[in-house]
Design a protein around this ligand. Structure first.
Ligand code: ANZ
Ligand code: ZN
Length: 852
């Protein structure tokens, strides 16, 4: 009999479906476990990263199911987005058609992998039956003031021709296409995530099993800082300029004021100024520069003196007001007091424009800093040059100084900005808002939802395609019934992924977003698995959205994902030729480029990507080896949280291992025929039997523990060792009792393998005569008493050097152990004719004789 994965896998897929093995329903008598992997964007084909994500999840889902949990394990499609629209533009195919074709293909691929999904729950987010609820949530948020429209500077991706939220700009580039992002003034919709900053921080406490790194990134992104707002009067004008500072203790060192070019007072200054032209020119220059200057400490500081002065409220000193490119209007108050002695940016700026630098903080317990200062001292310390506050600790001075000022107050600031969700594209959920000349901004009537996307037969790559579709725009005002116009933006696709996991709880819910009882039973997600790239984006948006839905009364919990596992990337070596660039492995022979014969450069392993030509196509692997081999290799090659290096040898190895398991079972089928005694009389069993029992229970213990800790690779290693052990036993010498134990070992092996390689496990289970589905079996339990070894090894040393090893009874007495050591042949040599000055005994581990 040969292992033929293709036949086996087809057969069991069919059986599982026919017998509804993975269908789950609410069952209040059973404890639930919701396992979720991040759902994919239907790009057309699954890649190795998907397979890894879903294979890891499937092991956990199957394992928990076998441990008695009622498992919710769903799958669906994050189906709105730009790639569909771009494909539509270049190939003249409707985005919906493109999307559903891709879904069709990817669903087939996923099914081949034997993932234990309840496919009845599948949906695509581009289905109006899905996004209508999102439109309803949006309207609720609008009514609560949580969704609002404003004209502001937004991030604009010139390639995607759409706005991006702050979270979607990485190092000044678009997260999707890496184009450099520019600024635009636009009217767009925002969700008030900033109102939730404090709760998003506080509730991190509930996320005990999230990776530290993810929590740190979110915390940093929210960027809470405690400081003060202090008013500085502008000399000669009746105007108080409010600055935000985290260091009120340094106020005596404030030698100028920095102003954002977008600060409202700038208009007033311009009006009164004699230098209008130059000021305007400077403002234009800064606005046209890239925006992230304030974030980027190394960027060149630029400023322009306004010819106005502020009065420093602590000492009435006149200090110049500069427009400065590093002061953002979007943070704090858009105006700052600048303390060059204690802030790096201010220091650079002061050097450049020759402004005064006054040290006001002295480091504690340290010698005087050399003057003039070579760099800013940004730490805390003792106040100097600060009048009546001299000698105070900076921490204390912060409070005292704010208290002493009339126009100053303590305040908390957050870096987190509201979530901009307007997208100027077609393939997204329409924003359900109507503009009426008489009534203004009016939300669509709930009973008119969904606001469906209009059919189009041709899309062009222009911003706001919906603007060109008259039949979509023209509508009636829900309030007064007069002619009105629809909003023509669509929502950020991250809105869809912010609540899909609650929709999964119900099977095709009609006339509601989900059934409340279903959500009550299944939520929150017990284990979420996905890529680290969403550490902020999707994971922060979802946390916010769930809190909003709770406040709106839809649900009654406030964190969506209790545990989070971020899996590593799938990587592979790259090859490059000096003249021909990146090469596919097929273009390399004997380390030479097949086109020109020149020596190739073998690159370090990198994330699989089309551009680097190091992608391995899952279809080819599945065709050649079957899904079980692919799953096993990916799970064995490295622990889930680490990057995984693809290796052809590794996949061959995984395949050989499954062949060995298959042979081991099929060669021993005869032993499963007889009558089993089943009960093991363990009082007087022989050493051989004890050893088999030990290995069975020790392996169960290891595999159980390792799966619980997501150490799936070492769990597999334990199964492999157990396979070796069983293969080396000569069954012909075994007595009846041992044969029973041996078959128990074989069947345990199959069960332990089943979450990792479910097809071959199901097949072998069937072959040894079982009539049940292994996917529904109980996970085996180990008995500690079989794991305790009754023999132990004791190391024997002479003067601290290891000279022998004793094998003794585990509960040997000290005297007997020492006696046995002295009688050991190897030890005798060393102690003959010598005096033992000291005997050291560490129970069950070590004996040391100190001799002359
Ligand atoms: C005076 C000062 C003295 C400051 C000093 C720092 C050190 P975080 O911690 O990130 O909240 N700042 C305030 N608003 C700003 C804006 N809109 N654009 C650029 N910079 C701004 O940083 C707060 C500090 O960043 C504030 O405290 C302010 O400079 C600056 F020795 O005020 B500080
Ligand atoms: Zn109206």
């Amino acid at each position: 009999m040969n292992y033929e994965p293709q036949n086996i896998e087809k057969k069991w897929l069919k059986q599982w479906v026919e017998n509804k093995i993975f269908e789950t329903n609410v069952d209040n008598a059973k404890e639930k476990y919701y396992l979720l992997e991040m759902f994919p964007y239907p790009s057309g084909k699954i890649h190795m990263g998907h397979i890894r994500n879903y294979a890891i999840g499937d092991v956990i889902a199957r394992f928990k199911k076998m441990n008695g949990y009622n498992i919710l394990h769903p799958m669906g499609w994050d189906a709105f987005g730009l790639p569909a629209e771009n494909a539509a533009i270049s190939n003249n195919i409707h985005p919906a058609k493109w999307t559903y074709n891709n879904i069709e293909n990817m669903r087939k691929q996923l099914k081949k992998l034997g993932l234990s999904y309840d496919w009845r729950r599948e949906f695509a987010t581009c289905d109006p039956e899905y996004y209508r609820w999102e439109q309803q949530f949006f309207i609720d948020m609008f009514n609560e003031g949580l969704a609002y429209k404003k004209k502001t500077t937004v991030n604009w991706c010139p390639n995607c021709k759409t706005v991006l939220a702050n979270e979607q700009v990485e190092d000044g580039k678009c997260w999707r296409c890496q184009s450099v992002v520019s600024n635009r003034e636009l009217d767009s919709w925002f969700l008030k995530i900033s109102d939730y900053a404090e709760r998003l921080l506080d509730d991190m406490e509930k996320l005990k099993n999230w990776p530290e790194r993810v929590l740190a990134m979110q915390k940093n992104w929210i960027g809470k800082s405690i400081g003060a707002e202090i008013d500085f009067k502008i000399d000669g004008l009746d105007y108080n300029l409010t600055v935000f500072t985290t260091r009120p203790d340094t106020i005596f060192g404030a030698t100028f004021v920095g102003l954002s070019v977008k600060h409202p007072v700038v208009d007033l200054l311009l009006e009164k100024s004699k230098d209008k032209k130059n000021i305007k020119a400077f403002i234009d220059k800064v606005i046209n520069e890239n925006q992230n200057v304030a974030e980027d400490i190394d960027k060149e500081k630029k400023g322009y003196f306004t010819n106005f002065y502020c009065i420093n409220p602590v000492n009435n000193k006149k200090i110049p007001i500069y427009l400065a490119n590093f002061v953002l209007m979007e943070y704090g108050t858009g105006a700052i007091m600048c303390v060059p002695a204690h802030d790096e940016r201010d220091f650079d700026f002061a050097k450049k424009y020759n402004l005064e630098i006054i040290q006001v903080i002295k480091p504690k317990d340290e010698e005087e800093i050399e003057l003039p200062l070579k760099e800013a001292y940004t730490g805390e310390g003792i106040l100097i040059n600060s009048g009546m506050f001299n000698g105070l600790d900076s921490e204390k001075a912060k409070d005292e100084i704010v208290k002493s000022l009339k126009n100053a107050k303590k305040i908390v600031n957050y870096r987190l900005r509201d979530w901009g969700i307007s997208r100027q594209r077609y393939w997204g959920a329409p924003i359900p808002i109507i503009y009426c000349d008489k009534c203004g901004i009016v939300p669509e009537k709930i009973s008119n939802l969904p606001v469906k996307l209009p059919e189009v037969d041709h899309l062009e790559k222009t911003p706001k395609p919906l603007d060109k579709i008259d039949s979509f725009i023209r509508t009636k005002c829900p309030k007064c019934g007069k002619d009105a116009k629809r909003d023509t933006d669509t929502m950020d696709t991250f809105v869809e992924s912010s609540w899909y996991f609650i929709r999964f709880c119900s099977i095709n819910p009609k006339d509601k977003p989900f059934e409340k009882e279903d959500v009550q039973y299944f939520m929150p997600v017990d284990q979420y698995i996905g890529g680290i790239e969403h550490a902020i984006l999707h994971l922060l948006y979802s946390r916010f959205f769930i809190k909003v839905l709770k406040d709106l009364g839809y649900i009654d919990f406030d964190e969506p994902f209790l545990n989070l596992l971020t899996q590593g990337m799938v990587c592979k070596e790259t090859y490059r030729c000096k003249t021909h660039g990146w090469l596919y492995p097929e273009e390399v022979e004997d380390n030479k480029c097949i086109h020109c014969g020149s020596e190739i450069i073998v690159g370090r392993t990198e994330k699989m990507s089309k551009s680097k030509k190091n992608v391995v196509d899952p279809d080819n692997i599945l065709k050649k080896y079957g899904a079980d081999t692919a799953r096993l290799f990916i799970l064995f090659a490295s622990p889930p949280v680490k990057d995984l290096e693809w290796s052809d040898k590794g996949i061959e190895g995984a395949h050989r291992f499954l062949n060995r398991v298959y042979r081991l079972i099929t060669n021993n089928l005869i032993y499963f025929k007889g009558n089993k005694k089943n009960s093991i009389n363990n009082k007087n069993i022989n050493d051989e039997a004890k050893n088999i029992l030990y290995n069975i229970h020790y392996t169960i213990m290891r595999v159980t523990r390792d799966i619980n800790n997501f150490q799936l690779n070492t769990a597999i290693a334990a199964i492999m060792e157990f396979t070796n052990f069983l293969s080396q036993i000569n069954t012909e010498t075994l007595d009846d009792e041992c044969i029973d134990l041996y078959t128990e070992g074989l069947s345990t092996l199959i069960v332990l393998l089943s979450p990792f390689t479910p097809f071959i496990a199901e097949e072998l289970w069937h072959m040894i005569g079982r009539k049940t589905f292994i996917s529904l079996e109980k996970w085996p339990q180990y008995n500690k008493k079989y794991i305790v070894k009754d023999k132990i090894n004791i190391v024997v040393q002479i003067n601290g050097k290891v000279r022998a090893e004793l094998i003794t009874d585990a509960n040997i007495a000290k005297e007997d152990a020492i006696e046995a050591a002295k009688n050991n042949d190897k030890i005798k040599k060393y102690i003959n004719n010598k005096k033992i000055r000291k005997e050291i005994y560490v129970p069950k581990k070590l004996i040391n004789f100190v001799v002359n």
